[in-house]
Write a protein that binds this ligand. Structure first.
Ligand SMILES: *Cc1c(COP(=O)(O)O)cnc(C)c1O
Length: 428
């Protein structure tokens, strides 16, 4: 599959049936797997042989879909998780422990911000947040002796900032730690962070990869490029014996598969955030058309952003591929073919205007979601950021009149007509 373009990989990578085998990926709806001897099973438990024994750790359907996502990102190994939250937690916790420190972009998904700054803090992992637009000096100053990972989002949800992947990778590597990039919004169709120096990529497959608001899921892909042994003292979990598997040293035994093998055999074993094989099957249906859908999401996003920018009711539009946006150059460098269909904009009339506007929309539904085939919208001030005061909202860059709009796959002329009539419904 490696010789084919990403478009063909979307359709066919991960599973190639043999003679007389099912054309579509089979759903292996089984929690367990049969063996002829206890000895054969024992080898699996010792990680001496490859195979399946219990779906809490691994399932063949999941592995086929993970192999497709691995091929799309150009990685060495991959795994599915039950959600994007689980993917980001596992990716970080696989190399962090009590006493570790993370450098993270401050412009990330609210769920991930909470995961790192509240929940992982309770586990003794600390964090320094940096502005994604910070200088190299400011970035380097954020590192500590116990820093174990750098984290950011290619296009941040919902701030729509663009990560300078090369800058963050350079800083991470000069401090001997990997860069983890959440590539949910552009998907590998529009950006492949490994090509710019990222070491590990995560996804909420719930978004564009599924693309139909049908199945919550996540994925972790390892490039296989980070040399754990060269920084052995920082990553003892990968470079010293694991007594729960008779003294295996992951980085020695599994090479480019070390990170994912450890993550499966320890974190999936102990936390069990596995994706159900049914969900993996649904995810794969989405992946089969990802390369066809992404350009349409981007086309609609840009057309809507350009339209909104010209409307008197609109104060400001945030969309990285819109000329004049602060991140336009970075967007064109890392994602020349477009980024995503999500935009955000501020209405001059503040909260009442946002409420009237959203109520009047006919095609765009009010939902806590993005990246669906159907256009949806959200007013953060009355939903995800509800607990904040007007002043806190301003400070967080989410003013009360802000609307997040995820442009779906409908015809852009219909979307623009709908937005037009909804803007007219705002009381002047
Ligand atoms: C939605 C999202 C997540 C969380 O994913 P879930 O599948 O909802 O758990 C993480 N990162 C980004 C960028 C997201 O948009």
């Amino acid at each position: 599959m490696n010789d084919y373009t990403i478009n063909t990989k979307c359709v066919q990578a991960g599973y190639t049936p043999g003679n007389g085998e099912p054309r579509q990926i089979p759903i292996i709806q089984s929690t367990t797997f049969k063996y002829e001897t206890s000895e054969a099973m024992g080898q699996l438990f010792d990680l001496e042989a490859e195979g399946y024994f219990y779906t809490r750790l691994q399932n063949p359907t999941n592995d086929m879909v993970a192999a497709k996502i691995c091929a799309l990102e150009g990685g060495a190994a991959a795994m599915l998780t039950s959600s994007g939250q689980a993917a980001n937690f596992f990716a970080l916790f696989n190399i962090c422990e009590c006493g570790s420190h993370i450098v993270a972009s401050s412009s990330i998904y609210g769920g991930t911000f909470n995961l790192i700054s509240v929940t992982m803090a309770k586990m003794g992992v600390t964090v320094t947040f940096v502005d994604p637009d910070c200088s190299e000096d400011e970035l380097n100053a954020a590192f500590k002796e116990n820093t174990r990972a750098v984290f950011g989002e290619t296009i941040a949800n919902p701030a729509l900032t663009v990560l300078d992947i090369e800058k963050f990778a350079k800083a991470a590597h000069s401090h001997g730690v990997p860069l983890i990039v959440d590539n949910t919004f552009p998907t590998p169709v529009n950006c492949r962070p490994f090509e710019w120096g990222a070491d590990i990529v995560t996804h909420s497959t719930t978004k564009y990869m599924d693309g139909h608001a049908a199945a919550v899921g996540g994925a972790i892909v390892d490039s296989g490029n980070f040399d754990w042994m060269a920084h052995a003292e920082k990553f003892p979990g990968l470079t010293t014996p694991d007594e729960s598997y008779h003294g295996i040293v992951y980085a020695e035994k599994f090479g480019k598969g070390a990170f994912i093998t450890k993550c499966t055999s320890q974190l999936m074993r102990d936390f069990g955030c596995i994706q159900s094989p049914q969900h993996a099957f649904i995810l794969n249906l989405g992946l089969e058309s990802l390369h066809v859908r992404m350009p349409r999401h981007c086309e609609n996003g840009l057309a809507v952003a350009e339209f909104l920018q010209q409307q008197p009711e609109v104060l400001k539009v945030h969309y990285p591929h819109l000329p004049g946006n602060k991140f336009y150059d970075a967007a064109m460098k890392y994602m020349p073919n477009g980024g995503c269909g999500v935009i955000s904009f501020e209405l001059k009339g503040g909260r009442p205007a946002a409420e009237a506007f959203m109520k009047a929309l006919k095609l765009a539904a009010i939902e806590t979601h993005v990246a669906d085939a159907r256009t949806c919208c959200l007013n953060p001030a009355t939903s995800t950021h509800r607990q904040m005061t007007e002043e806190q909202l301003e400070a967080a860059g989410v003013p009360a009149g802000m609307v997040r709009l995820s442009c779906g796959l409908e015809d852009k002329r219909d979307l623009i007509a709908d937005l037009k009539q909804a803007l007219e419904a705002i009381e002047k």
